[in-house]
Design a protein around this ligand. Structure first.
Ligand code: SAH
Length: 216
């Protein structure tokens, strides 16, 4: 029996998320329904339902489930929302988002990762996710604005190129901090005269890097 079909393992996964404070039922359901074992490296399948980040191709990581659930909860998604994700990686976070909103555009700078995430999401029938090979920090202007923005790679700061894409009643969640230093999860909401910035807790993400990746 694969870990995904192993009830005790999935029950512990859900229990762990609740215990750590995730209380939004829709988020918990999405976390239960998205088969994380399909998004991890085949060699790591046994660890897929544990609450840890794992390595994926191109030296990147699939985030820790608690952090995925927490960031998703912070976005307060509604079924009509259009969401931008910077940092597709495995496609796992995009799949969780896709269960809770209308449309996800997920952007990745590694071709290998973008291609495999896209294939995985198609196979699992996540038809409302588009994976795009692009630099999320320099997106084409014609993509428009988004109800929610989630960044899953650490930014040195929040660039105007991203806040400019947020609806006036939008929410953005992003890890901010240097590659090997203190990174904090930050929630940004537009106000009448700028943005409100709330620091949530410290995290560890791979850095957001400019441009398309040269290798693959
Ligand atoms: N959300 C992913 C984990 C992301 S790891 C998941 O659920 O699996 C961070 C990802 O951000 C990496 O794949 C990295 O290549 C990507 N990334 C870093 N800088 C980027 C940029 N400027 N534009 C797009 N993607 C970027």
């Amino acid at each position: 029996m694969s870990p995904a079909e192993n009830p005790p393992e999935k029950m512990l996964f859900q229990l762990g998320l609740r215990r750590r404070g995730i209380s939004d039922q829709a988020v918990l359901r999405a976390m239960e329904e998205v088969p994380r074992d399909v998004f991890v490296d085949p060699a790591d399948r046994d660890a897929a339902w544990r609450d840890t980040a794992l390595g994926i191709a191109c030296g990147q990581t699939i985030s820790q489930p608690f952090v995925v659930a927490y960031m998703t909860e912070q976005l307060q998604l509604r079924p009509e929302h259009r969401v931008l994700e910077i940092g597709t990686g495995s496609g796992y976070q995009a799949a969780v988002l896709a269960r809770l909103c209308k449309e996800v555009l997920s952007v990745e700078r590694f071709r290998t990762l973008a291609d495999s995430a896209r294939q995985r999401l198609v196979k699992l029938h996540y038809d409302n996710v588009e994976v795009m090979l692009a630099d999320g920090l320099a997106l084409p202007a014609d993509l428009g604005v988004f109800d929610r923005i989630i960044v899953t790679a650490a930014l040195p700061g929040i660039p105007a190129s991203l806040t400019d894409r947020l609806q006036s009643d939008g929410i953005m969640v992003a890890p901010v901090g240097p590659p090997n230093g203190r990174q904090t999860l930050v929630r940004i909401t537009p106000t009448a005269d700028g943005f409100e910035r709330r620091e949530l807790f410290d995290v560890r993400f791979v850095p957001a890097l400019p441009g398309l990746a040269r290798e693959m």
